[in-house]
Design a protein around this ligand. Structure first.
Ligand SMILES: [Zn+2]
Length: 108
């Protein structure tokens, strides 16, 4: 069951691959599990009602698994844990700059 509309419903890591549905659940298998990437089912599961920044870190973690699937290479799971917070911070701290560069709003 997907959460209310205020939660995003899909995410994409490759422009030519199917988006990954985001499935929001009150509980996930395993008591400490807050995120899950099911590559067989092609879906990301996230736990509802976790702190926002934690949820964003879990999302980045699961998206790195999507990258493994969409780009056909493996990332050591320790590296995924090491990257989840720095990548989340990098995105948050630079989002306007990224959009400026990618969309060329200022003629870059
Ligand atoms: Zn993982």
């Amino acid at each position: 069951m997907n959460g209310p509309r205020k939660y995003p419903t899909e995410i994409q890591t490759h422009p030519n691959r199917e988006p990954w549905p985001l499935v929001w659940r009150r509980q996930l298998p395993g008591k400490d599990t807050c995120g899950l990437c099911d590559s067989a089912e092609h879906a990301i599961y996230l736990k509802l009602k976790e702190p926002r920044m934690d949820t964003f870190h879990y999302l980045i973690h699961e998206m790195l698994h999507c990258i493994e699937a969409d780009y056909s290479f493996e990332i050591d799971h320790r590296v995924i844990y090491q990257l989840q917070e720095p990548l989340a911070q990098m995105i948050i701290l630079n989002l306007p700059a990224f959009l400026q560069i990618c969309h060329g709003k200022n003629g870059i």
